[in-house]
Ligand binder design. Structure first.
Ligand SMILES: NC(=O)c1ccc[n+]([C@@H]2O[C@H](COP(=O)([O-])OP(=O)(O)OC[C@H]3O[C@@H](n4cnc5c(N)ncnc54)[C@H](OP(=O)(O)O)[C@@H]3O)[C@@H](O)[C@H]2O)c1
Length: 406
């Protein structure tokens, strides 16, 4: 598929899953910010009545297809340059769509955090996507854009200021406010259920280089117990997205030709403060995550959790999204001179999972549709496909900023 052939398609972007909780927020954002006629886009899903209620009186074309009907997906993806999909759990609903995009040279971005599924998709469709020119980019939401673009930003700064790559970057969440949607909980439960049925999957998930094709590095397993981090002068507990984000950053290093270095190290954690309160906070996160994973992996307790947690289609209210935020601090170590270490922060002006995520995936789709990106067909990460484009777009349009702390 040549650039000229892609340009002939009816739409720049189709939002697939527009009737879902996150899909609706994406639709509102695109309409509010880009609804002036310069963007040719449509919404799509399986239920026309639901899609009509999403669109309301707005002039947005509606298309229908079904996740498990490949013929309908083949027709859908050939009408657009980019598919933006919020239909998840992706391992349950997303495989045929990736196959269709890879086959027909359609660019694609999603919000998956299902790393085993990503590995499966890369292995199955990488060659087809390279041949057709389809650029497939997973993890274009809170996982893993702040991590992946944060590291890309900090490594660029280290190169620009000191002419070297940082040998180790630490990502620590400082503060955030937000909630979960039923779709996200469904995706987490689906992963736990799969792990309980086939324990070998848990071993695969623990592989720090799960998403790399060939390159390995110096990182070991994720750290799950609390520890005191001298660099931040605070206690650190596990961060629930670390098992996804760290794999994405390591894949970026491989796809960017190893610019972060062969022995580059990267880890993530949650800052919980100093003293006994900090220690208890870090311990509490570890215990809480372990408890949730334990309850979610057994059928009987999983059903109990599903009763009390948000259902698919539900999530934080507009006020909770508006009042939400996130702040992350990243510290980069110079290879041999501590005085040249750098600190950066990444901030978002909405709740991480939905308000900010919807803006991040929308800007990713726009970058794929309109920006001059340095990559051809294949399976990319946000940083490797559109690092520079997102460093411009996210602060300018999406309230997500990347800054060096001087
Ligand atoms: N990475 C991140 O930071 C991040 C943030 C937010 C969400 N997510 C992920 O995004 C996904 C969506 O979350 P959500 O809360 O928006 O979910 P949701 O509200 O449950 O929406 C799911 C969407 O999938 C559609 N769908 C389900 N089965 C389908 C089928 N057979 N054919 C076509 N469409 C189908 C639903 O259509 P109907 O309306 O017709 O049922 C709905 O539009 C989840 O996997 C979640 O984990 C990730």
């Amino acid at each position: 598929m040549t650039v000229a052939e892609k340009a002939d398609r009816t739409y720049d972007i189709i939002v697939w899953g527009a009737s879902g909780f996150t899909g609706r927020i994406v639709v509102d954002y695109l309409h509010r910010e880009y609804g002036n006629g310069n963007l040719s886009w449509a919404v799509a899903g399986r239920n026309p009545a639901k899609l009509e209620s999403v669109v309301g009186s707005r002039d947005i074309p509606i298309l229908t297809a079904d996740s498990h009907d490949s013929e309908s997906l083949n027709q859908l993806v050939q009408q657009t340059r980019v598919i933006l999909t919020t239909v998840g759990p992706y391992a349950r609903y997303g495989s045929e769509l990736v196959a269709a995009c890879a086959e027909h040279g359609t660019d694609y971005c999603d919000l998956t955090g299902e790393s085993l599924w990503m590995r499966e998709m890369i292995t199955a469709h990488q060659d087809t996507a390279r041949d057709s020119g389809a650029r497939i980019v997973h993890t274009c939401g809170f996982d893993s854009i702040p991590s992946d673009i944060g590291v890309y930003f900090l490594q660029k700064e280290m190169q620009a200021r000191h002419g070297v790559a940082a040998r180790h970057i630490k990502y620590r969440t400082k503060a955030f406010k937000g909630g979960f949607s039923g779709g996200t909980i469904d995706s987490m439960m689906a992963m736990m259920e799969a792990g309980q049925k086939d324990p070998t999957l848990l071993k695969k998930l623990a592989n720090p280089y799960l998403l790399n094709d060939n390159m390995r590095g110096a990182d070991g397993p994720d750290r799950l117990s609390p520890y005191f981090d001298e660099d931040f002068n605070a206690w650190v507990g596990p961060f629930m997205m670390a098992a996804i984000n760290t794999r994405v950053v390591r894949r970026s290093n491989e796809l960017l030709g190893g610019v972060y270095g062969e022995n580059f190290r990267y880890d993530e954690g949650s800052l919980t403060g100093t003293g006994p309160k900090g220690f208890l906070g870090a311990t509490g996160i570890g215990v809480g995550s372990g408890l949730f994973a334990g309850l979610a992996s057994l059928p009987i307790t999983r059903r109990g959790l599903q009763k009390v947690l948000p259902k698919p289609g539900e999530g934080p209210t507009p006020e909770q999204q508006e009042n939400g935020y996130f702040e992350i601090e990243l510290r980069a170590k110079h290879p041999d001179d501590e005085s040249k270490n750098l600190v950066a922060n990444v901030k978002g002006d909405r709740d991480p999972g939905y308000g900010s995520t919807a803006k991040m995936i929308a800007e990713s789709a726009l970058a794929l549709a309109h920006d001059d990106l340095p990559v051809a067909g294949g399976f990319w990460t946000p940083a490797s496909a559109m690092g520079d484009a997102l460093l411009e777009r996210l602060p300018a349009n999406a309230g997500v900023t990347f800054a060096i702390v001087e």
